[in-house]
Design a protein around this ligand. Sequence first.
Ligand SMILES: [Zn+2]
Length: 413
Amino acid sequence: MASLDPARAVADLRTLRELTGDEHGAQRLAWTGTWARARAWLRERLAELPVEVDTDEAGNLWARLPGASERTVVIGSHVDSVPDGGWLDGALGVLGGLEVMRAIAAEGEPPVTVALVDWADEEGARFGRSLLGSGLATGALDPEAVAGDVDRDGVTLADALREHGVDVRRAPAARARLDAAAAYLELHIEQGPMLERRGLPVAVVTGTAGVERHVVRVRGQAVQGGAFPMDARRDALVAAARLVLEVRAAAPDERSRATVGDVRAHPGIPTAVPGACELIVDQRHPDADVLAGMLAAVRRAGDRIAEEEGVAIEWERTWRIAPVAFDPGLVELAEAAVQAEAGEAPRLFSGALHDAAAVAQAGVPTVMLFVQSRGGISHHRDEDTAPEHLEAGVRTLARLAEGAIERASAAGT
Ligand SMILES: [Zn+2]
């Protein structure tokens, strides 16, 4: 790929930031005007290439560079962001992929078809459904189950999508786009500190963690805080606080993630002992058995705490996803690409979910690359990566794409 110009991808990222960000960060919230503006800009860039551009039934934007064979190597990520988000999360994979596609197109017809996809609404920031476009397209999400979801203003998901030309009930037809897919490649920022700690620019991602998410409801007794003696209380918040510590303690190794991101106490006034409390427990691990053990340990601790504190604890599972292991052959190709770029190829798993997880679950051979994130910060305007690391990521993606194209064309003959 003689014409690959990774600095051009970084310049594109900066242009997109100018166009769709403000002093608080990126504002490419899916199904809004700013997001549509980002996509219109992307379409302009794509119009410079010999590609066919359209959106599928789930609202995902596709650019297709036809090759000698229908077999397709797909490169993708998402341009949507959370409100006040970072400039690189998702956008790096799309604009890095755009640069790789430019370089491939410059060499004439490729042996297999190459596609770039911008998945719609990866973040789920407005309706609380992460991986919406990829989930709908791969069948992981049922349109009937999500159509009636409402945002803060009471607008339904179905109506918001309709405003952008998407009939959510027809979204599963988008699955056909993946029928010829021989590989799916996604470049993303790490959103964690591991690469920075090791002083390396790029890593191979071997898979995504499984997730167990529960709402835990603790019921005690609301009594007057000034009057009621300490030894007779059934304090729901004290029980919840003990449980939070158990969640942390039940993360057994460096691959575990365990978070209580929200705690609500009721009635929530200074003079009442909290009679009820809700917390959200999110546990993750790339190994399904370890993840099950983490959940079991916290539930056992909950039983003990309930007895000791005189409260009732009830668990409701709100989300669960199995760990996803990426394609071993593509992981090897990615490893070789990272090795060639940086001399050392660390293997990481992803604790955060990405569109790649939905694509892999749908049976498409998949792999991801991570580039270093400064301070591991993301979903924030301070999200950043050194330009030389961004460029290293784009070069590695190009090498990986080259390998995947070669493999796909060999398999097709
Ligand atoms: Zn992302």
